[in-house]
Design a protein around this ligand. Structure first.
Ligand SMILES: Nc1ncnc2c1ncn2[C@@H]1O[C@H](COP(=O)(O)OP(=O)(O)OP(=O)(O)O)[C@@H](O)[C@H]1O
Ligand SMILES: Cc1cn([C@H]2C[C@H](O)[C@@H](COP(=O)(O)O)O2)c(=O)[nH]c1=O
Length: 213
């Protein structure tokens, strides 16, 4: 039997990693087995190429929204085996970012006139062509841009090795990405969505995650 596939989405610094960690603890405490994966999978080929580009490497790559989107998509394509194994071994698989990240950020980079085209392209490529599994639930952590930026800034101050990348430093991109995420949620893109505020109640979110398990 395959696990319930639940995705946590949101802006840079929104609190996805923090929420995912808390959910793993809460679900484990309740007796569920939980697999966890974060995209990009830093330390692997395509994710590290994407990170390098966002930090100024590979002249020109980060200037192309499509090239960046392909690197992130290739990272997920290469993770298919890992995802399948996690799904077979657990009740729940929690993903910190997934295909909707690519849809929301690429749409923001291409601008409002091409946003719909971007979302359709990413969905067709990753779900329909690459065969990535569609989520059972996507959670949008809808932390306001200024709060997320403050959190990312504080994190950078505490850990100077974790410098903010090109996307994180771009307040307009973050605001446009937030609007795209809300549109994805409103249209139930590829799954049901739930939209959470800045500081969600972990127990209530865990209830949503395990519905039907
Ligand atoms: N509810 C919260 N209240 C206060 N601070 C928080 C909260 N959630 C997260 N933080 C802090 O904000 C910073 C960013 O959080 P986190 O790393 O979870 O975000 P993220 O969405 O995973 O970020 P990114 O996508 O940029 O990796 C961290 O320093 C974290 O401790
Ligand atoms: C998975 C994924 C990520 N992005 C963007 C979002 C972030 O700004 C960066 C790096 O991600 P991190 O969570 O801050 O480490 O990449 C994207 O555009 N498309 C994706 O699929």
């Amino acid at each position: 039997m395959s696990a319930r596939l639940v995705v946590v989405e949101g802006l840079d610094g929104a609190g996805k990693n923090t929420l995912t960690t808390a959910l793993v603890a809460e679900l484990t405490r309740r007796g569920h087995t939980v697999g966890r994966l974060a995209f990009p999978r830093y330390g692997t080929l395509h994710a590290d190429l994407a990170a390098d580009a966002l930090h100024g490497g590979q002249a020109g790559t980060a200037d192309s929204p499509h090239a960046m989107a392909l690197l992130f998509a290739m990272d997920r394509h290469a993770a298919l085996g890992e995802l399948t194994a996690l799904s077979a071994a657990n009740d729940v698989v929690l993903l910190d970012r997934y295909v909707a990240s690519n849809a929301a950020y690429t749409a923001a980079r291409l601008g409002p006139e091409r946003a719909e085209e971007a979302v359709e392209w990413i969905g067709a490529l990753e779900f329909d062509r690459f065969g990535l599994p569609e989520p059972d639930l996507q959670i949008l952590l809808d932390t306001p841009v200024d709060v997320a930026a403050r959190r990312a800034g504080a994190r950078e101050a505490a850990d100077p090795g974790r410098t903010r990348d090109r996307y994180e430093r771009d307040a307009t991109l973050q605001a446009d990405t937030g609007a795209n995420y809300r549109r994805l949620a409103d249209s139930s893109w590829r799954s049901p969505w739930t939209v959470l505020g800045t500081d969600p109640d972990v127990s209530a979110v865990a209830d949503l995650v395990v519905v039907g398990t």
